[in-house]
Each structure stands twice: as C-alpha cells, then as structure tokens.
Design a protein around this ligand. Structure first.
Ligand code: NAP
Length: 433
C-alpha cells in the first residue's frame, strides 16, 4: 500500500517528521500544509535575524521538498480552509507540527494597555511575519522593558540594542529596522523573577551582548552567587557556570557612555503595568527564592517605559477540536487520537533548539508507524478537489521558490534578503503582477 500522510506545519518539527516518515514508510506520500505561503515556520519567523546562518537549516528541509513524493501546500490554513477531520478522513495519518504560536499572558493588571506585546508578536514583527506586519510597536519613549530571562528575551533586547551597522548582513525586515533605528531608546530592562542560575539563556547568546556598539549591559554583581549550587546534571551545571562567568564579566565591564543601558535585573517579578491607556511604567516586586520558586518580598519598585515585551514562553493554539493539556496538545508519546499525532513544541512545550526536534519527531513517527493500518484513503487528490471547490489559492514549492528568489533580488544593500511581509504581495508576484 502507498501510505498517505498530512503534516500540518512546515517548521523544523514538521520537516523532521516528513524525513522520518519517508524513511520509516518507504514509498509513502506526504503533503505538508502551512497557513502562510512560505515554508519553514520558526526558521523563517522565530530565529533572530542576526542569527541568519541558523536559517541555513532550511536548506536541508528544502531538499525534502524537491522529492517527488513530498508536496508543499502553502497558504492553506487548517481550521479555516480544511478541517482536521477532513484531513483525518483523507490521509492515513495526520501530524500536527503547529508549534507554540500563541503568547502566554502575564495575568497582571495593565496587560491590555497599548504598548504591551508578547514576544511571538514582537519577534514576528521584526522577522516579517504577515500576522504582525502592522504591529508597529510603541518605541517613542526612552525605555523598553522585557520580561523573562530566556534566549527569546535576549534576542529581543539584542535586536533593539544593535545599531544599523551591526544589523548589516541580517535579514531583519526593513520596516522594523527603520523603526528601531528611529527610536530614541536609552534604557532596556530585562527582568527575571528568579536568579542568574535559573535563567533560561545560554552562553553563546549571553556572550553576544558583551560587545555592543551603542549598548552597555548593566549587571549588579551583588545579584551573582559565588558558585552554581544544587543537584544539576553535569552538562547543565557547565552551562550555568559559563553563564555565571559571562555575567561576572558583564558586571565588571567599564560602562562607557553608551546611548543605551541594558539593565539585567534578577529577582524581580512584574506586578502591574501602569499607564493611562498606554504603557507608562512597569511596577515590579523584588523576590526571593523559596524551594526553587520566586516569592514576593513585599518590596516594590517602578521603571518608566513606553512598552513592555513579555518573553515568558508560548502555548500551542491548535485548530478546534484538538484536545489540550495545559499549554500543549494532549498526547501520549505524540499520539493524540485515532490517526492524529503531534510533534515539536505543540507536543512537549517551547523548549530546546532546532535540532532537539529531530529525535522528538522521530519518536512520534515511531508510534505512528506502530499504529499504522492499511486504509486505502485517497490522500492529496481528494484534498486538492476540496481546496479547488473552496477557491483556496494554494502556493506550492515552486511558487515559494519564486517568492524566495524575489526576496533575495530585492534585498537592500548589505542584507541577504528582504522578505515579503504581506500575503497579497506574494500572491501578486506569483500572478506576475
Ligand atoms: P524560556 O527559556 O523558558 O524563558 C522564559 C522566561 O520567562 C523565564 O525566565 C521564565 O522564568 C520567565 N517567566 C515565565 N513566566 C513568567 C511570569 N509569569 N513572570 C515573569 N517571568 C516569567 O523560554 P524562551 O526564552 O521563550 O525560549 C523558548 C525556547 O527557545 C528555549 O528552549 C530557548 O532556549 C529556545 N531559543 C533558543 C534560541 C537560540 O538557540 N539562539 C533563541 C531563542 C529561543 P522562570 O524560569 O522563573 O519560569
């Protein structure tokens, strides 16, 4: 039998799942859906623009799309253009690789004020995601506060801190680069409710803020412990020790008169965002750690800022009818229900780097193959018919390659590409307009 599979989402976890299916079920056919015209999800929209080389991971996935048995169906949203049930009815198995595409809320007063952004939206804005093209974040004051001390928080601070010159060679979207460079930023805050050892950042990312042209990083040496304590796995302890050494280096640095000061504040949790309609300040409470958790100390302080970016983790937002367990899709080793599976951040939560998704997707595919039965379901042919009946404009891989070539061709001098940020622009290009 020729098995037919649908993958919902063309980011890393989805593409690793395609590879595992092709290897595990030789001769199978795989259709990969994405709701935007361009593939590769987080590689295109999540990786920081100044980590442009990381986007090269997409090359290995691009080779997969060149195979005859793999199709790309971009600009097709499952839940809008097709339902999950329709996929389940037409394919032998369906794999959700939808990532964690929704910002978690802080749950504090003031969160709805203008000027509060989740990192998903903020990163999407500077990375040219069509959903966030018009975000136009408030950057009209001297201060921006970022909540969280993971790599996403560091990414956001670094992109705001770098000069235009430092952003050369990156593929930051021009609208965002112009807005950031026009801002009169003087103060960035990056707040962690716990301490330096608990921070989610990693040494490579932390080392990237050691030498910034116009930004001095301020770390209070009094917040740094003498050593990394606790019962940690050797590798993790090594990472934490490197982090601590880098933080010490930052704390010891001379603070020349740079335009922007980036204060890394530990042991501080947000309690309220203050302002009349828009953000004016952030109220924080100092914390102490009890049994590994941040507990309020009753001591408060405020920082003035024009916007707040929350980089506190994401949650999955699956199409209707898919069961959730907290912030992930409910699953057992990737099995959701019947012939429905899940991989990546939607399965395990937003953790790890791009390669972490390889073993994770292979694990789900192993379960899928164990459960696979011969069904004779029609696969892509029936789905193409449904999409045509509904007037859905599908962008195939050849279409994407055309978009990508045009993005490279229109890159501003010194930048590798200038992404299209509006879907109608991409479709017009394909129509030869
Ligand atoms: P993360 O590392 O889990 O960091 C989330 C941060 O938000 C933590 O500091 C967390 O503090 C804090 N937080 C959560 N809820 C909070 C609340 N209510 N109030 C205040 N703080 C809160 O997640 P991430 O930065 O979003 O990154 C996601 C994954 O992508 C990570 O695995 C990361 O390493 C990866 N990533 C990698 C790269 C790279 O390799 N260059 C770049 C970006 C992202 P607690 O620890 O106290 O909960």
């Amino acid at each position: 039998m020729t098995a037919r599979f649908a993958i919902v989402g063309s980011g890393p976890s989805g593409m690793y799942a395609v590879d595992a299916l092709l290897k595990g079920v030789p001769g199978s056919r795989v259709d990969v859906f994405d709701r935007v015209p361009t593939p590769f999800g987080l590689i295109r929209f999540g990786v920081a623009p100044d980590h442009y080389k990381t986007r090269n991971t997409a090359r290995q996935f691009a080779r997969t799309f060149e195979l005859d048995d793999v199709r790309y169906l971009g600009n097709v949203e499952i839940g809008r253009d097709l339902s999950i049930i329709e996929l389940q009815d037409n394919y032998d198995a369906v794999v959700l690789a939808i990532g964690s595409y929704h910002d978690r809320g802080l749950g504090i007063p003031g969160e709805d004020l203008a000027g509060v952004y989740g990192a998903c939206a903020y990163v999407g804005w500077y990375n040219g995601h069509p959903d966030y093209r018009e975000l136009d974040p408030l950057l009209d004051g001297a201060g921006v506060a970022v909540i969280g001390i993971g790599n996403v928080a560091l990414d956001v601070c670094r992109i705001l801190a770098k000069t235009r010159d430092e952003m050369r060679g990156t593929d930051i979207s021009a609208h965002a680069l112009d807005a950031i460079q026009a801002a009169a930023l003087e103060q960035l805050y990056m707040f962690g409710r716990r301490g330096p050892v608990e921070g989610g950042f990693t040494p490579k990312e932390l080392s990237e803020v050691l030498e910034l042209e116009r930004c001095a990083v301020i770390v209070d040496p009094g917040q740094l412990p003498d050593s990394v304590e606790g019962d940690l796995e050797t590798r993790i302890k090594g990472v934490k020790e490197k982090n601590l050494a880098l933080l010490r280096q930052l704390a010891a640095q001379d603070k020349p008169d740079k335009q922007i000061k980036m204060t890394v504040g530990f042991y501080a949790a947000p309690v309220e965002i203050l302002g009349d309609r828009r953000v004016e300040a952030l109220r924080m409470e100092r914390t102490r750690i009890v049994d590994g958790r941040a507990v309020g100390s009753g001591e408060f302080f405020e920082v003035p800022c024009c916007s707040v970016v929350t980089a506190i983790g994401y949650q999955a937002l699956p199409p209707d009818g898919v069961p959730m367990n907290g912030s992930v899709v409910a699953n057992q080793r990737g099995h959701v229900a019947d012939n429905l599976y899940v991989v990546g951040w939607a399965k395990r939560g937003p953790t790890g780097t791009i390669p972490t998704n390889g073993p994770d997707s292979r694990d789900t595919v192993e379960v899928l193959i164990d459960n696979l039965e011969s069904t004779g379901k029609p696969g892509g042919g029936a789905i193409d018919k449904l999409l045509a009946e509904r007037g859905v404009r599908v962008v195939d891989y050849a279409g994407y390659k055309k978009i990508s070539a045009a993005e490279i061709a229109r890159a501003p001098e010194g930048h590798p590409q200038e992404k299209f940020t509006r879907i109608d622009e991409m479709l017009a290009l394909l129509d030869g307009a």
